[in-house]
Design a protein around this ligand. Structure first.
Ligand code: NAP
Ligand code: HSE
Length: 454
């Protein structure tokens, strides 16, 4: 056997990967050269869906990453620690790493990729974003000659499933969440998904690849879907929109930038213009390509010059789909190891990294604060039902240069009138100033919803 794997984790993704590697007929012939050498787990007593000999499965994960026989570490255990330390140790020991762990990459990517580059090894992460959807390699290779303008994704299956059911059934968030947990779509602790944290990890990774600079996760504005109500979904529908949790990374053009700095990276290679990187529920026009992505599916729309729009669509999670992405990374590394062996036998590996597979980012991208964002807004107001209220709202908006695309009063909540507003493009800071003034009006009871519009 040519290439020996040390797999850390035998849960959903680990099991799917082992199953794929144990069933090689009809797949790429290079898979024949890949051996499942060690598999690390927490418990040896758990029943497993795959057969592995007892000398392969171990609870000593340190021993796997320190074993000189192992060529590639496949980290599919999840969590931050010990995953981070094991990845770093494996890299320092000169092993390539394949990981599905977006949480670790989004937080510790700088440390991990620096260590990998120093050791002249690769970190591959196709499964970390979009599950089975090939989007990492396309951004690194096939699309890399484009000037990327925006990467916009539905990258969390759990929230897309919940929003889709709220839309089709007219149900409440909490009812659908409970049902999704019962059916096994949403985890017992759904925080990372429903609060947008999982999507934030993923867009930080995509933004880094698309725009050529590191992303500080704490600069990524993150808002989940807990506050999305069936009332807003119904209003959005009437106005020609669906509500989706979007993860957006967008290059800010100089007209939007409002004084931000621009420049070149150290290597003189990448144009690091400021970015907007954010996750929030968004009203998406029904005709937009992302509007029809429903259920647990994911999709990522990449816009660049000269290519225009390219959309990647598919299963964003699940054993088989994610195993497809993990194993494609393993195959890439196996191919690389094979050609390296032929061409550089007995030579130092230093400096031999393929720049299309390795990470070449050293600078951090500048992320523009949300107050500077130019976007459309949807807002819902509960007001007293009396003459002149709409006029007062209009005056407050006008005071801050907020131009309205539509304003409708269609319903009542008890005694209170419900007024829904959609703006034209506006600077978020101006919009929020107008809202603060509106909140202070006596005739305005509350502003239950505020959502951005694509
Ligand atoms: P999982 O089902 O919870 O499996 C985790 C595996 O890692 C288990 O086999 C567990 O061992 C092992 N493990 C965890 N901590 C360990 C420790 N401290 N020491 C030893 N073994 C440990 O997780 P998963 O769903 O496969 O997810 C794995 C990774 O893939 C995560 O980073 C996740 O974000 C990512 N991912 C998952 C999906 C998906 O569809 N599930 C999709 C894309 C990406 P035991 O079995 O003995 O408990
Ligand atoms: N929890 C994630 C989702 C799994 O719902 O999309 C894949 O990363």
């Amino acid at each position: 056997m040519g290439v020996k794997l040390g797999i850390l984790g035998l849960g959903t993704v680990g099991t799917g990967t082992v199953q794929l590697l144990q069933d090689k007929t009809g797949r790429h012939p290079l898979l024949q050269e890949i051996e499942i050498y060690r598999v690390g787990v927490r418990s040896l007593d758990k029943p497993r869906a795959v057969e592995l000999s007892t000398d392969v499965v171990t609870t000593d994960l340190e021993a796997i990453v320190n074993d000189p026989t192992v060529d590639i570490i496949v980290e599919v255990m999840g969590g931050l620690e010990p995953a981070r330390s094991l990845i770093l140790k494996a890299l320092s020991n000169g092993k390539h790493v394949v990981t599905a762990n977006k949480a670790v990459i989004a937080r510790f990517g700088a440390e991990i990729f620096t260590t990998a580059n120093q050791a002249s090894v690769y970190v591959m992460l196709e499964a970390a974003v979009g599950g089975g959807i090939p989007v990492i390699q396309p951004l690194k290779q096939s699309l890399s000659v484009n000037r990327i303008q925006a990467v916009t994704g539905i990258v969390n299956g759990t929230t897309n499933y919940i929003l889709t059911r709220m839309q089709t059934e007219g149900s409440n968030f909490s009812d659908v969440l409970a049902d999704a947990q019962h059916l096994g779509y949403a985890e017992a602790d759904p925080t990372a998904d429903v609060d947008g944290l999982d999507a934030a990890d993923k867009i930080a990774i995509l933004a880094s690849l698309g725009f050529g600079g590191r992303i500080n996760l704490k600069d990524v504005y993150t808002e989940g879907i807990r506050q999305v109500s069936k009332t807003d979904i119904a209003y959005a529908e009437k106005l020609g929109f669906v509500i989706k949790l979007l993860a957006i990374a967008k290059r800010i053009t100089s007209s939007e930038e409002d004084g931000g700095t621009q420049g070149y990276g150290d290597a003189g290679k990448f144009y690091l213009s400021p970015l907007s990187v954010r996750v929030h529920p968004t009203l998406v026009p029904k005709a937009h390509p992302l509007a029809s992505i429903n259920g647990v599916y994911n999709a990522i729309l990449v816009e660049g010059e000269p290519i225009g729009q390219v959309m990647f669509f598919g299963p964003g999670a699940g054993a088989g789909a994610t195993a497809s992405a993990v194993t494609s990374d393993i195959l890439n590394l196996a191919a690389s190891l094979k050609s390296q062996k032929v061409s550089t036998e007995n030579q130092s590996k230093i400096g031999s990294l393929n720049p299309l597979l390795a990470c070449g980012h050293h600078e951090y991208s500048q992320i523009v604060p949300m107050t500077e964002l130019i976007t459309r807004f949807y807002a819902r107001f509960l007001t007293n039902d009396q003459p002149g209220v709409i006029g007062k709202l209009g005056t407050c908006f006008g005071n801050y240069g907020v131009s309205l695309e539509s304003i409708v009063q269609t319903g009542f909540q008890g005694e209170l009138a419900e007024i829904v507003v959609v703006t034209h493009d506006v600077r978020e800071g101006n919009f929020r100033q107008a809202l603060a003034e509106i909140e202070s009006l006596e005739s305005v009871e509350s502003i239950p919803s505020l959502l951005r519009v694509l």
